[in-house]
Design a protein around this ligand. Structure first.
Ligand code: GLN
Length: 483
């Protein structure tokens, strides 16, 4: 098997057993990137800081990640490496510090290959909102990779990197993972430091890994989970070795299937594929029951009120004064603010700022923002109650497979793609998307497993079992071109 096709865990083991040279791994990956990146366009910026040809595995011998490559979504700060959030506002912005997750990866002996494309400021579900260019789904030339972590998902699916970090505010790790046929985990709110993550909606944002199998998700969680005194929302607790939970065992696991989710507007093929995976889990010894989730139909509305409200406040800092774009030729300070924001933000970001400002305004605060917060509490309570009885709740990750580039012009239609992912962020719980099949067009389908707060290991064990039971052995798109 070509080295670029191998998973992080495989490569780690090969290096540990001295069966491969780091240089050969990077040669294979560089070849692949040269070959497919012109078509996929997953990266905003590749890291040229490291001379890949001089890499020596001996320098990384005692590290956990052994010098292996990891891509980072372009909303996580990287010292000396541009961090643009795929926005004109931050084009050319070079942070003076690393995000905690970036430091953790480096300390564990990982090498940052570059920054991946995204919807501007992580607002979107297709990566079409990138101010630079859309990313293309490796499974179909005219298909979106999902978003907002579309570049991370596409890079992993295309074999350009074994794992990548993404961020998930309302589904931005899981939805692109599902569209690109890879695994994506959104950890519990508070399990992974967000220090250095450019804020979108602070009460929902979370960083997590995307990879080609569950083993690699466990490895990455071992690296990034943990407390951080620089992020006050991080919870001070200990985490297990997540790789200990890579066992094929779902015996006695109690799984709830929410009636309401399956009554919504979903592609039949997606529904069938997810239900088939559930049946397989049942055959393997899990107990499956239908459950009711109240408020599921209000989650999307509540999310788009809370997320825009927080975004309007977080994005107030882009005023042309401290960093990022500054409009030239403005007559006075106030014009400079206005012009900078007019030129620097794209259409969707402006829409969110306006919506958020509106729902927070004096006359509407109670009707919208306050009500959304109450719905949030109801949704959270509902999940808490369900998890008293069930280990996991299972649903499709997305109502459809990857749609076409340019297909969804109406913002509300785009927002509807997040219907199954946003309740998880609202409740702050962890969830993982795992590939469970393909539709007739050959596009991947993902199943979402949701678990109680800080029970990532349960998700990892169930997802690993499902991966083994379904044994999809995904043949990632070849994409080879002449270079
Ligand atoms: N698609 C959702 C949105 O546009 C979620 C984005 C995210 O998780 N960053 O808000």
């Amino acid at each position: 098997m070509k080295l670029y096709k191998r998973t992080l865990s495989d490569l780690k083991e090969m290096l540990e057993e001295e069966r491969v040279k780091l240089k050969d791994i990077y040669e294979s990956i560089s070849y692949r990137v040269k070959n497919v990146e012109p078509m996929v366009k997953a990266y905003v910026n590749q890291n040229e800081e490291v001379d890949l040809n001089k890499l020596d595995e001996n320098d990384y011998k005692d590290t956990y990640l052994k010098g292996l490559p990891i891509a980072i979504k372009d909303n996580m700060s990287t010292e000396n490496l541009e961090t643009t959030c795929s926005s004109k506002m931050l084009e050319n912005y070079v942070p003076p510090f690393n995000a905690t997750v970036v430091n953790k990866i480096k300390e564990a002996g990982g090498i940052i290959t570059g920054k991946t494309n995204m919807d501007e400021f992580a607002m979107g579900s297709s990566t079409e909102n990138s101010a630079f260019n859309p990313t293309v789904n490796p499974w179909g030339e005219n298909r979106v990779p999902g978003g907002s972590s579309g570049g991370s998902a596409a890079a992993v699916a295309a074999g350009m990197v074994p794992v990548a970090l993404g961020s998930d505010t309302g589904g931005s790790i899981r939805q692109p993972a599902s569209f690109c046929g890879v695994v994506g985990l959104k950890p519990t709110y508070g399990a992974v430091s967000r220090y250095g993550l450019v804020a979108f909606a602070s009460s929902l944002d979370q960083i997590g890994p995307l990879a080609r199998n569950v083993d690699d998700i466990a490895v990455m969680m071992n690296v990034i989970a943990g407390n951080d005194e620089k992020d006050s929302t991080c919870v001070d607790r200990s985490y297990p070795d997540f790789t200990e939970y890579l066992k094929n065992d779902v015996e006695g696991l109690k799984i709830g299937i929410p009636n309401q989710y399956f009554e919504m507007d979903i592609d039949e093929e997606v529904k069938d594929s997810v239900m088939n995976a559930v049946k397989e889990l049942e055959k393997a010894g899990a107990e499956v029951e239908k459950v009711d989730v109240t408020g599921a139909e209000y989650a999307l509305a509540a999310y788009y009120i809370i997320a825009t409200a927080e975004a309007s406040s977080n994005l107030a800092r882009y005023d042309g004064v401290r960093y990022g774009l500054r409009a030239e030729n403005a007559n006075n300070l106030s014009d400079m603010f206005t012009e900078t924001r007019q030129q620097g933000f794209g259409e969707e970001v402006k829409r969110r700022i306006m919506l958020g400002t509106y729902v927070l305004s004096a006359g509407y605060y109670d009707d919208y923002y306050l009500k959304a917060q109450k719905v949030r509490t109801l949704i959270k309570n509902d999940f808490d109650e369900l998890f008293e009885e069930y280990d996991l709740i299972v649903s499709p990750t997305t109502p459809t497979t990857a749609f076409e580039i340019g297909e969804k012009r109406d913002p509300l239609e785009m927002y509807a793609a997040d219907i199954f992912t946003v309740p998880v962020n609202i409740a702050g719980i962890p969830a993982i998307s795992v590939p469970c099949g393909f539709d007739k067009k050959g596009l991947p389908i993902g199943i979402q497993l949701m678990g109680p707060h800080f029970k990532e290991e349960k998700l990892i064990q169930a997802a690993y079992s499902l991966e083994k039971i379904l044994d999809l052995d995904i043949d990632y798109p070849d994409l080879e071109m002449e270079v």
